[in-house]
Design a protein around this ligand. Structure first.
Ligand SMILES: C[S@@+](CC[C@H](N)C(=O)[O-])C[C@H]1O[C@@H](n2cnc3c(N)ncnc32)[C@H](O)[C@@H]1O
Length: 262
């Protein structure tokens, strides 16, 4: 009886949280002629996306799957590229979940198109070595928000790449995705990891809808998008000698490891 009541209470609290904020960002299409402003409006600090992030990273399924991945990413030191790092809330969530990453010896290079979110990331990352680049990952370079210098991502440099609900973004996932992904893999060391999370749910009328992501260009949910994305990127990784695992439901995860010589 006690267990049943606790579960009920847990769901009520979770649903209440889900119902508290609008989720207009989901329906906001990206204007590719004004990419920076468009992403700033959609994901910057004044967006309703920022209110939902905490809810997403508190979700039990997300935490369990992230935890599973973090127990497989064995990194005692090295360089991590975080694509679409936004305000770096995900790094805090990952640190909380423990796992095998020694965060004291890691340097994070975070890149994003929202300058306001990167400023918050700076504060959220004060205990971890980092550089934050304002720029488009498709160019593999960005402006360091501290020094204003243009920094280009070096080849064969990163031990891990995190892309937490970012790679599927229309600013990245376009007709040239395969060539972009192959160039991205060139930035990785021989032994390296990818951790990718792709939304397979959306929020409508403050309710979480599962089994599909919302396509803001078509203004409709698309149940095939996330599985197709995972399949496509998974194959590219396999062709580059990564061992690929995928799991998850509300959010699909790709965990890829490569140990073999290229
Ligand atoms: C859905 S948000 C995810 C943010 C964060 N990773 C999280 O899970 O809370 C996607 C992020 O990717 C960034 N982004 C989208 N396209 C990008 C691009 N071409 N280059 C760099 N960042 C990009 C957006 O600005 C946004 O902050």
């Amino acid at each position: 009886m006690l267990i049943k009541n606790s579960i009920l209470l847990y769901y009520l609290i979770l649903n209440k949280k889900y119902m508290k904020h609008d989720a207009n960002w989901i329906k906001q299409p990206i204007n590719h002629n004004n990419l920076f402003k468009s992403y700033e409006d959609k994901y910057g600090i004044n967006s309703d996306f920022s209110k939902w992030q905490e809810i997403i990273f508190a979700d039990k399924d997300v935490r369990d799957n992230l935890s599973k991945a973090l127990n497989a990413i064995d990194l005692d030191q090295g360089n991590v590229l975080d694509i679409g790092i936004n305000n770096a809330l995900e790094i805090g969530a990952m640190k909380d979940l423990k796992g095998l990453i020694n965060w004291d010896n890691i340097k994070i290079t975070g890149i994003d198109l929202s300058r306001t979110a990167l400023k918050i990331a700076k504060n959220n990352l004060k205990d971890i070595k980092h550089e934050l680049l304002f720029g488009n990952i498709l160019e593999f370079s960005g402006q360091d928000i501290d020094s204003d210098q243009k920094i280009s991502l070096a080849d064969n440099h990163f031990d891990a790449c995190f892309a937490i609900t970012s790679l599927q973004s229309t600013g990245i996932y376009n007709d040239n995705f395969t060539s972009f992904a192959n160039n991205l893999i060139k930035k990785m060391k021989n032994k390296s990891y990818f951790l990718v999370m792709v939304p397979n749910c959306y929020i409508e009328n403050r309710q979480l809808k599962e089994g599909g992501a919302f396509n803001a260009e078509r203004q409709a949910p698309d149940k095939d998008f996330a599985p197709n994305f995972v399949k496509k990127f998974g194959l590219i990784l396999q062709n580059n000698n990564y061992k690929v695992e995928s799991f998850g439901d509300k959010f699909l995860f790709i965990l890829a490891k490569r140990y073999a010589k290229k």
